[in-house]
Write a protein that binds this ligand. Structure first.
Ligand code: ADP
Ligand code: MG
Length: 253
């Protein structure tokens, strides 16, 4: 029996005018996997993510999440099912503490209007869950610090905690280690592996050290097309992949 799929796309395409940014992509992401999406700049990786969350409307094709066709759903409905994107824009309120940031995310997920729900019981429930999420990303010691006072790596971890507050089942990470020094890159890779324990992760990542270390499977996009999908060893041996990379950035995959 084959492993259950968290995500399956059929012929998923996005056209901007005459330009096909995502070209008939059939991608399968196994439940529980960390799946890396790689490819040269401009290959269509971020556009593909934007199709999954319906930030962009697909020009053609289908998106199936946990066996359900979600192609026609609105973004809020997709988020409610647990397809959630992180590391796209900074969603952090700098003048709030780390704990308050996560609590606000939990409250907005619950759809609670703050003014009407000042009951201590409700608020302390959120506080408890917020502390759990901070602990999950290793930020519990910084709970009472202002977000603005946190170093870059910890702010990104806080962003991840606010995303986890959305209860993702499929977590989409677009270049989570971008702009980080070696130490933060290693820490972030460990963190992704930790939060992936009971979730599926699809991540765009350029750092091949991170990809080879934490990804269960890898898919390669080139000019909007899926040119390879498989384990790191399988994918990195394919001539089309080597060509796409050597042609573009002179690095071996
Ligand atoms: P990647 O994330 O792989 O670097 P993108 O998905 O950002 O690539 O972009 C893929 C291609 O689609 C690029 O050529 C980009 O210029 C183009 N593109 C992305 N978004 C738009 C848009 N909103 N309108 C027109 N072209 C776009
Ligand atoms: Mg991109």
């Amino acid at each position: 029996m084959s492993a259950p799929l968290a995500l399956k796309t059929h012929g998923l395409s996005k056209r901007f005018g005459d330009f096909l940014a995502v070209d008939a992509v059939n991608l399968e992401v196994v439940s529980g996997d960390i799946h890396a999406l790689i490819g040269p700049n401009g290959a269509g990786k971020s556009t593909f993510f934007n199709l999954l969350t319906k930030f962009h409307l697909p020009s053609a094709g289908q998106i199936v999440f946990e066996g359900q066709d979600i192609t026609a759903l609105v973004p809020a409905a997709i988020a409610r099912l647990g397809v959630v994107r992180s590391f796209q824009i900074s969603a952090i309120f700098p003048a709030m503490t780390a704990l308050e940031n996560v609590r606000v995310a939990l409250q907005s997920r619950a759809g609670i209007v703050f003014q009407f729900w000042r009951s201590k019981a409700v608020l302390s429930q959120f506080t408890e869950r917020a502390r759990e999420l901070l602990a999950e990303v290793g930020l519990l010691p910084q709970a009472e610090q202002l977000a603005s006072s946190l170093p870059y790596g910890q702010r990104r971890a806080l962003e991840l905690a606010t995303t986890l507050a959305m209860e993702p089942r499929l977590l989409l990470l677009d270049e989570p280690t971008q702009g980080m020094g070696a130490e933060d890159v290693a820490r972030t890779a460990d963190l992704i592996r930790r939060v992936a324990k009971n979730r599926t992760v699809l991540m765009v990542e350029h750092n091949m050290g991170v990809v080879s270390r934490i990804a269960d499977r890898i898919s390669v996009l080139q000019r909007g097309r899926l040119i390879a999908s498989g384990s790191y060893d399988e994918v990195s041996r394919q001539p089309a992949v080597l060509e796409a990379y050597l042609g573009h950035r002179g690095q071996r995959v």
